[in-house]
Structure formats: structure tokens, C-alpha cells
Ligand binder design. Structure first.
Ligand code: FAD
Length: 462
């Protein structure tokens, strides 16, 4: 599909094989998957591991990796969008600990599959540094360590003071950091395209340029199916793996909310600049802002700086034009300079973005309903690189009725409630976006941590 601007640096720099055909008339499969991003592809991959005989058809509106999977910040991290402390509050400490351990294994599992299947995703496990930038962020930093400690999850984690932090990465105003080793940095485009080729080699069919316009549940003797303008894909099970974009499907508008995450990318830095910065272990970096920032170091020596802050669009609208938002991209460039003033004038080569799917309670939806024949995984809240692998394995276990510890996790089978209808949704999300940005600004200005008690903070507690 040709577009005015490339979707991302990642898709620009990942080798792509010949274009795949669109669906041409109706077909039958055992499993029909909507979406060729990580969720759809990991589900296909895991199904093939369990049942190599299954006929799998993946239907993609654009090209494989077009969505968040081909655009993200490259963090393959042992996290879901709900914090360990909140998981513990909601499901008990045992289930929270089991979830976190499963996510840690998942980070390694992604690396293992890449190695075993020749996917050169530039996987590098350097951990993550959650940095307190300013004294006001120390409270959140310590709380993060404390919640891991309560759950017995601090092995390999380190609390660093300011000099230790700066010795790792020379970040301005760093007052300390929590190092967690359970994170790798990857090249998202190479991962998603490599995975697509891996599942094809094992027999799955991927149809590109084929938009699903409706989903039919099992009804009487008729199985479920994906409906497209080019024909139907009839199957025993249908898997919805379209994350934020699912909001555009009939009946799905309130199940998932698209929030835009945006990225700026520098030109490659000189060796001299890298020496000054440190950052030799290629850790992923973030601060503790509510408005979210995430940094990674690319294999070719650039800095990727991402953040939220682009406005939510009425009616959960998604369009290519929203991938770029000049005001937010300008703020991200300024923020990068604020992190690394020693770099002086920084040259930027790319800016892009994309929607991430949020559920109403921030927990992803990963489930299978055998009665309707519909399974799905979505709503990772912008943290789906590793979690989608876990989701794919869980869905494969559920669909093939394979007992497993993964499908017993509290993440699996959870049904988040729906978002409010418009205009309430728009008013509430915009209120949260502007209020949280204001709270971040105030905390930085006053040096005092946010109270955690404001309405906005209570609404987003997760
Ligand atoms: C800018 C950005 C930065 C991010 N950074 C990180 C990060 O560093 N770490 C992390 O863990 N997560 C990150 N995320 C989130 C992560 O990328 C996603 O959680 C993950 O990629 C979701 O994968 P998916 O396959 O579920 O969805 P997607 O990758 O969005 O794939 C869905 C696919 O479904 C297709 N589709 C949708 N609707 C239809 C339809 N009707 N018919 C046919 N096809 C359809 C789409 O075209 C798309 O290809 C980021 C996301 C963005 C946008």
C-alpha cells in the first residue's frame, strides 16, 4: 500500500519480501485471524507449535506490521499496563507474582524464537532503567521497588542513587533509578516481518490489503467467520487481533480506546557523543511522569524518544493523519534535549506515531469464547511487545484445549467493561490527558511529588 510518508523508521529499515495477495473469494480455515501484528502472528505461531496440521488464515487490512507492531519503541519488557501493585490488589499477591514471572519468561521466549527461527530482530537484553528525573519522582521510584519487593520480585533489580545512575547513562537531573533486568530492546519492524515469514513457512496464509468489515459468531450449524469485501473466511475459531483498530469494527467501538503514542528519532550520534552519554548496556529508559516517556538506543546508534500527549479523537477515530501531531512531536524533541542537554543541537531524522489500544480497566483482553467461536487479544495499553507473545500462547492453549499455566493467569479470560459512549468518553479522556500533563508540569516546577489523590490520578490508578 503506498502512502505519502513511511509508516515508521522500523518498516523503512526492515527487509520486505514480495507483496502478499489479497483475499480473492471466500475460503475455509480452522482458525481465521484478523490482523497481522504481533498478536495475530504470535497466536498463529503458537497454534502451529501445538497443532502443525491446523489451517490458519490471517487477514490484514494493510500489510503485515502496519499497526503498532511496526511502529513501537522497541521495549520488549516484562510488564503489562497494570502495575504489579495493582495486579496484587485486584487478584492477590500469588496471582500478581505468577503474572510477573510469566512475563519475565516471555521476554526470554521472544529472544529464543528469534534465535531459533533466524529472525534478526536485533534483540538485546539490557534491562530497563526507570529514572527519577527530579526529587519529585523519587517517591514513585521507591514505590516501584517496594511493590516488587513485597511480591518477592527484586532479584536482579537494583536501586541506584544519582551518581550510579549518571554513571550508567548521563541523564540530566537524574536523582536515582530502578534497574530491572527483565527487558530487551528489539527492532520492531524486523520482528514483525520475520514473524510473518516464519508463520508462512510453516503453512499459514496471510492475505494483505483485505479489510475485515464484520465478524459473525457461530450460529446453529454455521461456524464463525470474518466478513470482508473480498469474501468471507469461515473457520472453527475466529481470533480478533487488531488492537486499537478494532474500535472501527461494528460492535467493538466501546471495547477498546485508541490513544496515540508518538515517537521522534535522532540521526545516528557520533562515537564521541556516545562516549559522553555512556548507555553502554543499551538499557531502555523512562522517567516516572504520568504522561509517559520512553527511550531506547537503536542498533545503529540513534536515540528513540517516545511519549503520549497527542489528543484523543472524538468517536475513537483513527486515521493516518493522526500518526503525526506537530505540537506533540515538537514537545518530544524538546524533552529529549532536556534529558541530554550535553548533546547540544540534535538532528532528528524521523517522527511517527500510532494508536495503542486501552481497555476500560487497563487490563488487556485475552480470551476465547467457545460458544461464539470468537477469541481475541487486545488492549495492551501500549505495552504489548512482550505481552502479545504471552497472549498468543494463551490463546493457542485455549483454542486447542491444551492445559497450561499461562492460560490460568488472571490476565486470561478477564473481560474488561466497556468504555462510556460519546460525548462522555471524549470529555473524560481529554480531561485526563490535560490534567495529568498539568500535574506533571506542576510537580517538576515545585519539586513536590504529585499527591496521588486528585480525581485524575485516582481514575488512572493501575
Ligand atoms: C508509537 C508506539 C510505541 C509503542 N512502544 C511500545 C514499546 O516500546 N513496548 C511495548 O511493549 N509496546 C509498545 N507499543 C504497543 C505495542 O506496539 C502494541 O501493544 C502491539 O504491537 C500490539 O500488537 P497487535 O498485533 O495486537 O496490534 P497491531 O500491531 O496494531 O496490529 C493490528 C493489525 O490489525 C490490522 N487490522 C486492524 N483492523 C483490521 C480490519 N478491520 N481488518 C483487517 N486487518 C485489520 C491492522 O492493520 C494491524 O496490522 C507501542 C505502540 C505504539 C503505537
Amino acid at each position: 500500500m503506498s502512502r505519502a510518508a513511511p509508516v515508521s523508521f522500523w518498516l523503512e529499515t526492515a527487509a520486505r519480501g514480495p507483496a502478499r495477495p489479497a483475499l480473492d473469494g471466500s475460503v475455509d480455515a480452522d482458525v481465521a485471524i484478523l490482523g497481522a501484528g504481533y498478536s495475530g502472528l504470535w497466536t498463529a505461531f503458537a497454534l502451529q507449535e501445538r497443532r502443525p496440521d491446523l489451517r490458519i488464515a490471517i487477514v490484514e487490512a494493510e500489510t503485515a506490521g502496519f499497526g503498532a507492531s511496526g511502529r513501537n519503541g522497541g521495549w520488549c519488557v516484562a510488564n503489562v499496563s497494570v502495575s504489579p501493585a495493582e495486579l496484587s490488589r485486584r487478584h492477590g499477591p500469588g496471582a500478581a507474582r505468577a503474572t510477573m514471572l510469566a512475563l519475565r519468561d516471555t521476554v526470554d521466549e521472544v529472544g529464543r524464537v528469534c534465535a531459533d527461527h533466524g529472525i534478526d530482530a536485533q534483540y538485546r537484553k539490557g534491562g530497563v532503567l526507570r529514572i527519577a528525573r527530579g526529587a519529585h519522582e523519587l517517591t514513585a521510584l521507591r514505590a516501584g521497588f517496594q511493590s516488587r519487593s513485597t511480591l518477592g520480585l527484586t532479584d536482579g533489580c537494583e536501586l541506584l542513587d544519582a551518581p550510579q545512575t549518571v554513571a550508567r547513562v548521563a541523564v540530566a537531573d537524574a536523582r536515582g533509578a530502578l534497574f530491572d533486568p527483565h527487558c530487551a530492546v528489539i527492532h520492531p519492524g524486523r520482528l514483525v516481518r520475520g514473524l510473518a515469514e516464519a508463520v508462512e513457512r510453516r503453512g499459514a496464509a496471510i492475505f494483505e490489503g483485505t479489510r475485515v468489515t464484520g465478524v459473525r459468531e457461530r450460529s446453529g450449524r454455521q461456524g464463525p467467520r470474518l466478513v470482508t469485501e473480498r469474501g468471507d473466511v469461515r473457520a472453527a475459531t475466529v481470533v480478533l487481533a487488531g488492537d486499537a483498530y478494532l474500535a472501527g469494527l461494528p460492535g467493538m467501538r466501546r471495547r477498546v480506546l485508541p490513544v496515540y503514542s508518538l515517537i521522534v528519532l535522532t540521526e545516528p550520534l557520533s562515537d564521541h557523543a556516545w562516549e559522553a552519554l555512556g548507555w553502554q548496556r543499551h538499557e531502555c529508559l523512562s522517567s516516572h511522569r504520568y504522561t509517559v516517556d520512553y527511550l531506547s538506543r537503536t542498533a545503529d546508534g540513534r536515540i528513540l524518544f517516545g511519549g503520549r500527549g497527542a489528543p484523543y479523537h472524538y468517536g475513537s477515530a483513527i486515521t493516518d493523519a493522526y500518526d503525526r501531531h506537530d505540537a506533540t512531536h515538537a514537545v518530544l524533541r524538546d524533552q529529549l534535549s532536556d534529558w541530554f542537554p550535553q548533546l547540544g543541537r540534535i538532528g532528528f531524522s524521523h517522527a511517527w506515531g500510532g494508536p495503542v489500544g486501552m481497555t476500560r480497566d487497563w487490563m488487556p483482553r485475552i480470551g476465547h469464547d467457545p460458544r461464539s467461536g470468537i477469541a481475541g487479544a487486545w488492549g495492551y495499553g501500549g505495552q504489548g511487545v512482550a505481552a502479545s507473545n504471552l497472549a498468543g500462547r494463551a490463546l493457542a492453549d485455549l483454542i486447542t484445549e491444551t492445559p497450561s499455566s499461562v492460560s490460568d493467569l488472571p490476565l486470561v479470560g478477564h473481560q474488561p467493561r466497556s468504555w462510556e459512549p460519546e460525548p462522555v468518553r471524549w470529555l473524560a479522556v481529554r480531561y485526563l490527558q490535560t490534567t495529568l500533563a498539568r500535574i506533571d508540569t506542576r510537580a517538576r516546577r515545585t519539586g513536590r511529588p504529585p499527591s496521588g489523590r486528585s480525581l485524575a490520578e485516582r481514575l488512572i490508578r493501575h
